[in-house]
Design a protein around this ligand. Structure first.
Ligand SMILES: *[C@@H]1O[C@H](CO)[C@@H](O)[C@H](O)[C@H]1NC(C)=O
Ligand SMILES: *[C@@H]1O[C@H](CO)[C@@H](O)[C@H](O)[C@H]1NC(C)=O
Ligand SMILES: *[C@@H]1O[C@H](CO)[C@@H](O)[C@H](O)[C@H]1NC(C)=O
Ligand SMILES: *[C@@H]1O[C@H](CO)[C@@H](O)[C@H](O)[C@H]1NC(C)=O
Ligand SMILES: *[C@@H]1O[C@H](CO)[C@@H](O)[C@H](O)[C@H]1NC(C)=O
Ligand SMILES: *[C@@H]1O[C@H](CO)[C@@H](O)[C@H](O)[C@H]1NC(C)=O
Ligand SMILES: *[C@@H]1O[C@H](CO)[C@@H](O)[C@H](O)[C@H]1NC(C)=O
Length: 456
């Protein structure tokens, strides 16, 4: 895990080494693979080192047998969001607590409340699971930041919608800050796994401003829980890959074969559908319950998402790239999608044509990383696989004479994330090469070796 935690060391240096030295290729490939595994198996994200989701419980009043709390989920991640069908939050009560009622959210199961007569609690389970309410919930069942179907924006894309709240009234609980027991084992699902939450910690009580901002009030008691994401926990295979091309070489470097799985894998037969399959219509229109597992079009890479980087034009002082994101998943419209790209020339981006853009500076002095996302109502939704399943934009960079080159794959990105998940890159020695650059011998053979190793 050393590489992942060594902040400056991990930042860009392993990949930039590919472009500057002539080290033995198979060592480089092995290095890249082990580096990718290290990074992805670790909750630490070098491009968003402080990213986390913090869940805050504020007790706002005591009741005869417990308390009323407002629970808020803050998404402090720069680019990772929670899209439909949204979050679900579970925990285990420390004692025999029950939830009398909820506003702005609901427990998915009531559980066994047979020991109650008269007033029946909303939920009696020892380990309740709570979900957000849907948009359009009546006003008397809403609180601020609720009722968005569990969707939470990333911090950069829409900070105003980067939190989600619900309120619950808890019974059979402590009624002072000495007798309340904190819930244990908080689990955040989105709706699948990926997040790991730490223990609840009592923190300084939150203060709230009244509407006229002339008075502050204070929670009776507050605790926080911090959750971090790991792509390794979220899924057993990558979900995105990168392909490359350039105006100076007619070779299109495809996504690595089997980047996200293999077409004829024995473990998952029938795991993809052909584009022109008659079966397609029936699976896509789907019947009854929604299944969120990807249903991908059959390709050599089997990824739900492909990002294509095409070096398009070379001007005297500028150069231009076309970025295309293609959705191969028939089961998902990616709302509020985003892309994070690391390339040294992002410190001198001149113009981006039909995406939004923000420079990310995980380490104050280096701004070679950019977050790109769609323009609202225009291309902020990446439609399911098919004729509309792609978005694209041109990016114009100003050249810096001291670093700019088309040589040794410099013009291609070092790292790409789609919706916060690392995309599988082609091996560096397969990159489109500048005519006359002799370093490109036998690249297809090396590509095969790469694929065998990645199956480890
Ligand atoms: C969570 O993120 C916030 C905002 O970036 C940061 O202030 C806080 O220290 C982080 N918490 C942890 C435990 O990393
Ligand atoms: C509990 O309340 C007492 C007095 O109201 C206060 O002094 C103490 O700091 C509180 N403890 C916690 C954990 O909030
Ligand atoms: C924590 O929650 C998970 C998922 O709900 C469950 O599998 C696990 O057994 C729980 N652990 C404890 C100590 O309650
Ligand atoms: C608890 O979480 C809130 C909201 O994220 C944050 O403002 C506060 O600083 C956190 N407190 C601690 C001690 O981490
Ligand atoms: C994607 O959106 C289109 C148009 O809103 C809709 O017809 C289609 O069913 C959606 N697909 C999925 C997988 O949700
Ligand atoms: C990158 O950082 C430099 C120096 O801090 C700044 O002048 C430049 O505008 C930044 N570039 C972008 C694209 O944000
Ligand atoms: C951007 O490129 C121009 C031209 O080479 C250069 O003068 C300028 O210093 C560069 N800006 C940054 C932030 O590197």
């Amino acid at each position: 895990m050393q590489i992942g935690h060594n902040k400056m060391g991990s930042f860009g240096s392993p990949s930039s080494r590919f472009f500057s030295s002539g080290l033995n290729c198979s060592i480089l490939i092995t290095f890249l693979i082990s580096w990718t595994l290290l990074v992805s198996s670790d909750a630490y994200d070098a491009l968003d080192p402080n990213g986390n989701i913090t869940i805050k419980w504020d007790i706002i009043s005591w009741t005869p047998d417990g308390y009323v709390a407002v629970v808020t989920i803050f998404n402090f991640q720069q680019y990772r969001h929670i899209q439909s069908p949204g979050w679900s939050l579970g925990w285990t009560w420390a004692k025999k607590e029950v939830i009398w009622s909820m506003v702005g959210g609901q427990a998915t199961e009531q559980g066994d409340c047979s020991r109650y007569k008269g007033n029946i609690p909303h939920c009696c389970k020892k380990d309740p699971t709570v979900v957000d309410l849907l948009p359009g919930t009546p006003y008397n069942q809403q609180i601020a930041n609720c009722c968005k179907g569990g969707v939470i924006s990333s911090w950069v894309q829409d900070p105003a919608n980067a939190a989600s709240s619900f309120q619950l009234s808890v019974g059979a609980a402590g009624t002072t800050n000495k007798t309340v027991k904190l819930p244990k084992n908080l689990t955040l699902k989105t709706p699948g796994p990926g997040y790991t939450c730490g223990p609840a910690k009592i923190v300084r009580p939150t203060t709230f401003f009244t509407q006229d901002k002339r008075r502050t009030t204070q929670a009776m008691m507050t605790w926080n829980v911090t959750c971090t994401y790991s792509q390794f926990l979220a899924r057993d295979s990558p979900s995105c890959c990168v392909s490359l091309s350039s105006f100076y070489n007619e070779v299109i470097v495809p996504c690595p074969t089997c980047a996200c799985g293999c077409q004829h894998s024995a473990a998952r037969p029938g795991s993809c559908v052909e584009e022109d399959s008659p079966y397609l219509a029936s699976v896509v229109s789907g019947s009854g319950r929604k299944n969120y597992d990807p249903l991908v079009q059959c390709t050599s890479h089997m990824c739900p998402i492909r990002v294509h980087w095409h070096v398009k034009l070379n001007y005297k002082e500028y150069w231009r790239v076309k970025v295309t994101i293609t959705n191969f998943n028939y089961n998902m419209n990616y709302t509020q999608w985003n892309l994070v790209v690391q390339h040294p020339n992002f410190d001198n981006l001149t113009e981006i044509f039909s995406f939004n853009y923000k420079s990310l500076n995980p380490y104050a002095s280096i701004n070679d990383t950019a977050m790109l996302w769609g323009v609202q109502f225009y291309n902020d939704e990446l439609m399911q696989a098919g004729p509309d399943g792609n978005v694209q934009s041109d990016v114009l960079f100003q050249k810096d004479a001291s670093t700019f080159t088309f040589d040794k794959g410099w013009a291609f990105p070092r790292r790409v994330y789609f919706n916060g998940d690392n995309c599988v890159m082609p091996p560096p020695d397969a990159y489109p090469w500048l005519p006359g650059d002799g370093s490109q011998l036998g690249s297809s053979m090396k590509g095969d070796r790469w694929q065998r190793k990645t199956k480890l």
